[in-house]
Design a protein. Structure first.
Length: 440
């Protein structure tokens, strides 16, 4: 072979190697690199999401190694973040199964179904093609039942691991009459035509303020959004209300005979040791308390003012005065039980950056001044920690409706609430209301 031919051969080999490496890197980037990715649940896993599921809670995630990998990059430590989030929400967290060297199963979809604190548990992952075959062979050679399939004894529990085609199945404590695969349901077949989603959560019974139902995480026009049940689309979302200087506001209304709603308003604060806070209540009862309320009464502060049947209490007189100006907007935009339409059980809007900063300062100062129980201070600190990774988001809004049941959470929304709020406060209707009821 002459030198020229040899050089051309070497060049061709180098090009071929580079092409193969580039193709492999592209494949790895597309399949394994952390990024947002939506899918449609397969019929096998959609059966677990059916309304008559045997489990109390079912979580389905599309491409978990990509979607949860992207979330892990944002929050820093996904396991600790999920533990703190579920503890604050009052629900038991699922335990994400590991897969050999992968902290998250390299799967196209993953479903976790559990009851109670996980005594009855089923995990099903559709492992990426090729990876599953290699994992099974490696598991057999190494005698690892987690990868090859078999029985695993851990933490006093027996876990059964097996393969069904490309499905990796992990189960523990299942009822004797529950077998896999589940009988094919008409609901699972219908879902094959549904839009792709990033994740879905099914609650068979209410969990805290969350109603029972199916919650779907997908990207909408305004950003990432979680939706569940029936939402009153004809009404302006109450959670869109944005008020100058307020870092967050939360509204809560109970089903019972006690009046409502109750509101908690927190102003952005860069100087005060205790940020400005106001609590509003319509009718009887007390939904929220002021930080250090008993101490405020001792020094003659915190006395309520009234407007349109609402009581307004605050940590400072300036906060009470500003809260009184907002009463007409809340009076009109928070539907209550008995209004012949869906009513709002929970709603709120927060700016992550200012809310996290203000909650963190409040928790830190309350640790030095024991004005609240230690549990409440820890909740404030946990809220600041959970919001910190979303400081670059414009706003987070949420609302939970009843009769019929529905819920919506919007992440990183770019909705322009201030203009809508300003228009509502300046309308003639508010002027007529203000003339009827005096402010004192």
């Amino acid at each position: 072979m002459n030198p020229a031919t040899r050089r051309w051969g070497i060049a061709a080999a180098v090009v071929a190697v580079v092409a193969v490496v580039a193709a492999a890197m592209t494949y790895v980037g597309l399949v394994f690199a952390p990024r947002e990715r939506a899918r449609v649940a397969s019929p096998e896993l959609a059966d677990l999401l059916a309304a008559d599921t045997r489990f109390e809670r079912v979580l389905w995630i599309a491409s978990p190694h990509q979607n949860l990998g992207a979330l892990d990059e944002r929050v820093g430590d996904l396991a600790l973040y999920l533990a703190e989030l579920t503890r604050l929400a009052g629900i038991s967290p699922p335990r994400l199964p590991t897969f050999g060297p992968f902290s998250l199963p390299p799967a196209r979809e993953l479903a976790l179904a559990w009851s109670g604190s996980g005594q009855s548990f089923l995990g099903v992952a559709r492992i990426e093609p090729g990876v599953g075959l290699v994992a099974r062979i490696a598991g057999r050679l190494a005698g690892n039942p987690w990868l090859a399939g078999g029985r695993v004894e851990t933490a006093g529990r027996t876990i059964e691991v097996r393969w069904q085609g490309g499905l990796w199945i992990v189960a523990s404590g299942l009822p004797a009459d529950l077998t896999w695969p589940l009988p094919r349901s008409e609901e699972a077949v219908r879902r094959a035509a549904e839009p792709a989603a990033i994740a879905q959560l099914v609650l068979r019974r209410p969990a805290g303020q969350l109603p029972a139902g199916r919650f779907v995480l997908a990207r909408g026009v305004a950003g990432l959004e979680v939706r569940s049940g029936v939402l009153p689309e004809t009404l302006q979302p109450a959670s869109d209300g944005s008020f100058p200087g307020i870092a967050l506001w939360v509204s809560s209304t109970d089903r019972g005979p006690i009046g409502g709603p109750g509101l908690f308003l927190l102003w952005d604060s860069a100087a005060e040791a205790i940020p400005r806070v106001a609590v509003l209540q319509r009718g009887g009862g007390r939904t929220f308390k002021l930080p250090g309320e008993s101490l405020l009464h001792l020094v003659g502060e915190g006395e309520p003012a009234y407007r349109l049947g609402w009581s307004v209490r605050a940590t400072q007189s300036s906060a009470r005065r500003e809260a009184l100006l907002l009463v007409p907007w809340f009076e009109r935009h928070l539907p209550r039980p008995g209004s012949r339409t869906a009513w709002l059980g929970l709603a709120g809007r927060l700016v992550p950056a200012t809310s996290a900063r203000t909650l963190e300062r409040l928790a830190r100062n309350l640790e030095l001044l024991p004005l609240l129980p230690a549990l409440e201070v820890r909740r404030l600190a946990a809220g600041a920690h959970l919001l910190a990774p979303f400081r670059d988001c414009a706003a987070i809004t949420f609302e939970v409706w009843h009769e019929p049941e529905g819920a919506r959470l919007r992440l990183c929304t770019r909705l322009s609430g201030p203009e809508a709020m300003k228009e509502g406060l300046s309308s003639g209707e508010d002027g007529e209301i203000d003339e009827e009821v005096s402010i004192r």
